[in-house]
Design a binder for this molecule. Structure first.
Ligand code: CU
Length: 294
């Protein structure tokens, strides 16, 4: 293929990739986190991103910096479209397979946890942006080993709560009642919130403890952020004011998204800008060929 035609083909495919990216939902604003039982990221945020108290939250900041905590209301996949198990491998459930949130996947038994008991439970979710959709909450099966990475097969297939979310939330909270089964010791409550007005979904792990904590236990009781703490950190969030965060991998749901992901050009380049870059590139290539030929 003559080089000008190849260049044109590459430009065309990149333009279509850019056009597809343009179609990706980019609703502004952040989303939320489970506050009862408190999710891992929210619990560490409540301790203070700059001065966490618990060892696990200190280690999270040492590993990943403070930004995951300031972005406590994210942990999303923009193009999930219900394909949760296809997009999130075993061991990556708490981070939603987001590198930014990798520390949340640590299978440690010292995550701050919420004491719970079998029976009716009032879930609370703080939403900084309410979305229409469905929140499905699971709990790990009896016998779950919290020292092992969380797998999909660890979750009891029967949800402990299912709640249809609306585009409004009273005082910024969703509240709904579920039923916790009988368990002993540490377990994980896993939430999947799938929007129905876009393919985006949100995920979280909340640590819970059934029964009296062991006498030697030094594990912190999880606390949810206060409204004052939420307000204090909001200017350092990259979520609230910048759409849906930066580093999620475009999920390989289709050839189109794969093409966009492998594009050598910054996706921000569109239309004339992309063409201009390609034109300049082909000119340079042409000059190099000419000089090497001579
Ligand atoms: Cu949102």
């Amino acid at each position: 293929m003559p080089s000008y035609r190849r260049t044109a083909a590459v430009a065309a495919s990149t333009l279509s990739a850019a056009a597809l990216v343009g179609l990706t939902p980019t609703a502004a604003g952040a989303h939320g986190a489970v506050f009862n039982p408190v999710s891992r990221v929210a619990a560490c945020y409540a301790e203070g991103p700059e001065t966490p108290k618990s060892q696990v939250c200190k280690d999270l900041v040492a590993d990943s910096g403070t930004q995951p905590l300031y972005d406590w209301n994210e942990v999303n996949i923009a193009n999930a479209a219900g394909q949760h198990q296809a997009l999130i491998p075993d061991g990556k459930l708490c981070s939603a397979n987001r590198e930014k949130y990798r520390a949340l996947d640590w299978a440690r038994t010292d995550w701050p946890s919420t004491p719970v008991a079998a029976g009716s439970f009032d879930f609370k979710v703080r939403v900084t942006a309410p979305h229409s959709g469905t929140m499905t909450v699971y709990i790990t099966k009896a016998g779950f080993d919290p020292t092992q990475p969380l797998k999909w097969s660890d979750l009891d297939p029967t949800p402990v709560a299912v709640y249809d979310t609306t585009r409004t939330a009273t005082d910024g909270y969703y509240g709904f009642t579920g039923t916790l089964p009988a368990r002993t010791g540490r377990h994980i409550v896993y939430k999947v919130w799938q929007r129905n007005d876009s393919p985006e979904a949100f995920y979280s792990c909340s640590d819970v403890t059934f029964g009296a904590p062991a006498a030697a236990s030094r594990v912190e009781t999880a606390e949810a952020p206060t409204e004052a703490e939420i307000a204090a950190g909001s200017t350092l969030s990259t979520v609230s004011h910048a759409g849906h965060g930066g580093d999620e991998q475009p999920p390989a749901l289709s050839a189109e998204t794969t093409g966009a992901a492998s594009s050598p050009l910054p996706l921000a380049l569109t239309g004339a800008g992309a063409l201009a870059v390609f034109a300049a590139g082909s000119l340079l290539l042409g000059r190099r060929r000419n000089s090497s030929a001579s």
